[in-house]
Design a protein around this ligand. Structure first.
Ligand code: CP
Length: 310
């Protein structure tokens, strides 16, 4: 039986603080087992379908290895390789995939289409990133913070740059768990009210805070985590020049990290554009935990699947 109240994993806001902590504690146990070379077949003979309408390195590899290490099978459907929404209705695809798979992981630009798939599937649907959010990334982001800090509550997490899907999901998980989340960007690119309303509602319960600020020095003061993401993505290429100019002061550099808490860590969901939103010395420097984050995608997704699929 699914040990979480939601059948699907589409948005972290669908889960309680306790459920998110259960995923993170399960991650700790599974990662420890894996590091000891022990792979219990929690998902023996379970099948995962992975559907993508965009390229991926981490999401594809982490889900494929996660299910295989837990004794299951995976089918990868790359962009353009499934009828979904084109030659076949989302409804019919959901019904058919539910006969083959025990869960479906989907990276799909349209959140609404992903939701339609989930509403009509009879197996869990996991959001591998949509135009709105990237909840699997946020699990790895916060788990990586937990590995570095004894207690993550009231840690100050500052997201520099564009209001990307990882920014939205990071804000949601911080608000669920009681962290202080700051978005530092030009005002034009502040996180939209639809999301800040969610942060503020959750913070009333968790004790966390949310602030948008364009002042870099104020954002950095006392910051425990500095996070950034690319300044433009697929479909925004025509805005490249404007974005480069506007975001230039928000590039994460060694000078930025020097303004933060001494033990600050640097996170990036990757892929990064080195020399654009972040400098090489930060990516490769002593504060960087970017490759831990990438690896932790696999461990957190194992935990998620075990809780959703058993
Ligand atoms: N962070 C992330 O989702 O990476 P991929 O696009 O490589 O999956």
């Amino acid at each position: 039986m699914n040990k979480l109240t939601s059948l699907n994993f589409m948005d972290l806001d669908d889960f309680t603080r306790e459920e998110i902590l259960l995923i993170l504690e399960t991650t700790r146990e599974l990662k420890l087992e894996a590091k000891r070379g022990f792979f219990h077949p929690y998902l023996k003979h379970k099948a995962l379908g992975c559907i993508f309408d965009q390229p991926s390195t981490r999401t594809r590899i982490s889900f494929e290895l996660a299910i295989q290490q837990l004794g299951g099978y995976v089918t990868y459907l790359k962009p353009g390789e499934i009828h979904l929404g084109k030659k076949e209705s989302i409804y019919d695809t959901a019904k058919v995939l539910s006969r083959f798979f025990d869960a479906i992981m989907i990276r799909w630009n349209s959140y609404d289409e992903m939701k339609e798939l989930a509403d009509n599937a009879t197996v869990p649907v996991i959001n591998g990133m949509t135009e709105k959010n990237h909840p699997c990334q946020a699990l790895a982001d916060i788990y990586t913070m937990m590995e570095r800090f004894d207690d993550i509550r009231n840690k100050k997490v500052v997201f520099f740059g564009d209001r990307t899907q990882p920014a939205h999901s990071l804000g949601v998980i911080c608000s669920k768990l009681g962290l202080d989340f700051v978005h530092c960007s030009p005002k034009k690119y502040a996180i939209l009210p639809a999301y800040t309303a969610i942060f503020n509602r959750n913070n009333k319960i968790s004790g966390g805070t949310y602030l948008h600020i364009d002042d870099i020095d104020k954002a950095c003061a006392g910051a425990h985590v500095i996070y950034t993401d690319v300044w433009w993505w697929i479909g925004q290429e025509n805005e490249e020049e404007e974005r480069k100019q506007l975001f230039a002061p928000y590039q994460v550099t060694a000078d930025i990290l020097a303004k933060c808490d001494n033990n600050v860590i640097f996170e990036h969901c990757l892929p990064a554009m080195r020399g654009v939103e972040v400098t090489d010395d930060v990516m490769d420097g002593p504060h960087s935990v970017i490759y831990d984050q990438a690896e932790n995608r696999m461990h957190t997704e194992k935990a998620l699947m075990v809780l959703l699929m058993t």
